[in-house]
Ligand binder design. Structure first.
Ligand code: ADP
Ligand code: MG
Length: 281
């Protein structure tokens, strides 16, 4: 399959005006994303995620290395035709409604008339903001702002979406909506490159994950490759307390097996929170 993204030995240095030392924000990062994949770049604050994305978008010039989008070098303007970008804190004109915001960006992309109107309705429905279509963006919640940002990034029907911390600062229910939306984008064949410091969310939606620390890509792989503990076996069983005890005894006695842990499994706090808030509705 065609590569949507190819980053080759990317380094980015920032000069700091009041210090003699330069900041090496990204050091020799190479990664590629196949068309149709959801790729998650995870790492702590300041590890170089946003810088990598900005270089890929052609918003920052690499100090070394190259970035390509669908085979076109990011320094070339036409590499941007096929990309939609939602920055970490998307900024919108507060006095425009959701609908007006999309109309504004649609016109910038050369859409007009009936085509624009249809596209706006389609996008508002995709991001579940029809109810807030006439509401001023200044009154939107953080989750709604991210969603209108996604709609704006999709207006020219790009094949690749770059999302910088799409769920940072959004509550769990809002995050879940954004995650579902990202998954539905994958279903229609879009490629998504997102970064986050919220690990659980990346785990739930990404096909492949890169882990970056201090500008260096430390590990990369499919989720299974990264998190499967191959030397371990986990069984989840139901049964009477008596039967459960017998199963445990069996495991303890078995040759070549070392029982590492046992007990009732726990759900995640996040799943519990989401389940409870659905019951509240
Ligand atoms: N425009 C800039 N000028 C100087 N330093 C910067 C600039 N942008 C980012 N940095 C520095 O580069 C490093 C990586 O930043 P960034 O890519 O924003 O990290 P992340 O997105 O992973 O939180 C940080 O140390 C940050 O302070
Ligand atoms: Mg960042």
């Amino acid at each position: 399959m065609a590569l949507a993204v190819e980053i080759n030995q990317l380094s980015k240095e920032f000069a700091t005006p009041f210090r003699r030392k330069k900041i090496l924000a990204v050091k020799g990062v190479s990664l590629s994303i196949a068309e149709g994949e959801i790729y998650g770049l995870i790492g702590p604050n300041g590890s170089g995620k946003s810088t990598t994305m900005k270089a890929l978008l052609g918003l920052l010039a690499p100090s070394e290395g190259t970035c390509q989008i669908f085979g076109k070098d990011s320094v070339k303007v036409d590499s941007r035709n096929d990309v939609g970008y939602v920055p970490e804190n998307p900024y919108f004109y507060k006095h425009l409604t959701g609908e007006e915001t999309l109309r504004f960006y649609g016109k910038l992309c050369g859409l007009s008339g009936r085509k624009l109107k249809e596209r706006i309705s389609e996008l508002l429905s995709l991001v579940s903001l029809e109810h807030a279509r006439k509401q001023k963006v200044g009154t939107y919640s953080k989750g709604m702002l991210q969603r209108i940002g996604l709609a704006q990034a999709l207006i020219h029907e790009p094949r690749l979406l770059i999302l910088d911390e799409p769920t940072a600062g959004v509550d769990p229910v809002g995050s879940r909506e954004i995650r579902d939306l990202i998954l539905s984008l994958k279903e229609v064949g879009k490629t998504v490159f997102l970064c986050s410091h919220l690990l659980e969310q990346v785990q739930e939606i990404c096909d492949r994950v890169g882990i970056i620390f201090n500008g260096v890509l430390k590990r990369e792989g499919t989720l299974d490759e990264l998190i499967t503990m191959k030397e371990r076996l986990e069984l989840v069983a139901t049964g009477s307390p008596d039967a459960q005890r017998k199963l445990l005894e069996l495991a303890e006695e078995m040759e070549g097996i070392e029982l590492v842990s046992s007990g009732a499994p726990k759900t995640s706090l996040e799943s519990l929170f989401i389940q409870m808030s659905q019951e509240e509705k």
